[in-house]
Write a protein of this length. Sequence first.
Length: 574
Amino acid sequence: MNIMSQILQKNIAASAGFEKADLVLKNAKIINLFSEEILVGDLAIANGFIVGIGQYDGLNEVDCSGKFISPGFIDAHMHIESTMVTPLELAKAILPSGTTTIIADPHEIVNMAGTIGLDYLLNTTENIPLNVYIMLPSSVPATEFETNGSGAFLVNDMTPYLNHPRILGLGEVMCFPNVLAGDPVILEKLTLCRDKICDGHAPGLSGKALQAYACAGIESDHESTSFEEAYEKSAAGIRILIREGSAAKNLRAIVTGLLDSGLPLDRFLFCTDDKHLEDIHRDGHIRWNIKMAIELGMDPIKAIKIATLNAAQAYGLKRLGAIAPGYRADLVILSDLQSMTVESVYKDGKPLEQYRFDNTTGDTIDPRLLNSVHIHELSPAKLKLPVYKKNHVIELIPNQIETNHLFESLPSDESNFVPNETYTKLCVIERHRNTGNVRVAAIKGFGIKKGAIATTVAHDSHNIIVAGDNDADILLAVDCLSEINGGYVVVSEHAVLGSVPLPIAGLMSLDSGETVQKKIASLVAYAHDLGIPTGVDPFITLSFMALPVIPSLRLTDLGLFDVNAFALIKYEPD
Ligand SMILES: Nc1ncnc2[nH]cnc12
Ligand SMILES: [Mn+2]
């Protein structure tokens, strides 16, 4: 008999009570998501699987009297790179608050390094105590209006990965104008993955355009910012991933509407998309989505179901997302269902304390991932922004990654834009191919005084993006990024106040999560000292300003991009 059959034989014997289970969590309040009730009893585990609920004896027993047991939480859509640490450090950060499974879209590192980046993430997520499923990036580059590092990621690049056990389908399809136009390249990807899951990214899509987007085979979306938007997409058969991240905070609006409407919840999931370590450390990860939903009035069992079984069923994750015989013993022990206080977490039947998180897998990193900043000598002349009577201006919206598109006059020295406390200079500098592309715009709402902040994390092509009120500090910030091979930096009055090196593709650190968190926190403090409002997360906000698939106005290395018109702004006024 093969090893799997031997394990099954043992599990059946333990389940039937013929043998003792490996571990029994005694007298617990078990959340049963199939009957949507709390069952009090023992939870028996063998070989990392749940073998039974009822009355059991175990070789090891833990008294869970008064404690609730939930299935491990599932993040239905996130970007590992957005936490800026390696997958092992990410696992260390999110497991303690109960996330035991993530579904990740690696378009960040694939934009940088193609299959080298994808292989890096697949290899470094193979042997860690976190279930990591991957969606093949559908939109690399996100649009043709930017320069990424690796060129296009096409069906020929995808095909070798289709049968990988942890590849679930196609990642967020962003260019809905291309989908609606019947662009052959995206349609090829959709048909290649038609028997798998196809995720969407459709901010503000509605009406016939939404019908056509759903008709193309897209099955999910995580960009809804209102209940009305979520409702229309859900009614078109699209699963709604309710997002609560570090910058994009959509849960309150959607859950409030859901509770008022009485809409069925079975096609709603939770996700973080992009959540920084500091927020994960403070609030937890998907646990925070659940807690917020409960505080808004949602039944705790239904909120937990959204974060577990709904996601597992949506993505075909067999034996995950519930507590029942034969399911994997990924479990969260909670003291109560209001505060959602996580007391302990079990992964495959073992408490987290039994796992080692030192880099025992000996991950070697392809040297091409560690040398990712290639820019021309940057001159002040390239940072000029000619001004006219009226200019296109990007306006920040606190706590959102969306921006407003303004058209107003700018402070100037007669011919060129001169930043002040209202209007900050924003520059995007191409860093992959030495093209020398530099584009400049004015951004409203950053409020930086006597300094600049810069980063190589600039979704999704990850060129250098820098915001500042004077060219000297802007140039110094870019120089510093070159020296540290990518990351985040804050400068003021011609001095570097602090930096966070992100040497893996200019996106991720080799340091521990704790070190990265401390460094980022000090940089955020420096950035706020430069005048950035407290409601604005300086780095996440900056990192999204170059993403031409989030309304309304963005800046790429090819120019100002009107997302709603889906076109670069050719602005030579009379
Ligand atoms: N929210 C998001 N985070 C990172 N990359 C993205 N590309 C499109 N949307 C994104
Ligand atoms: Mn995303």
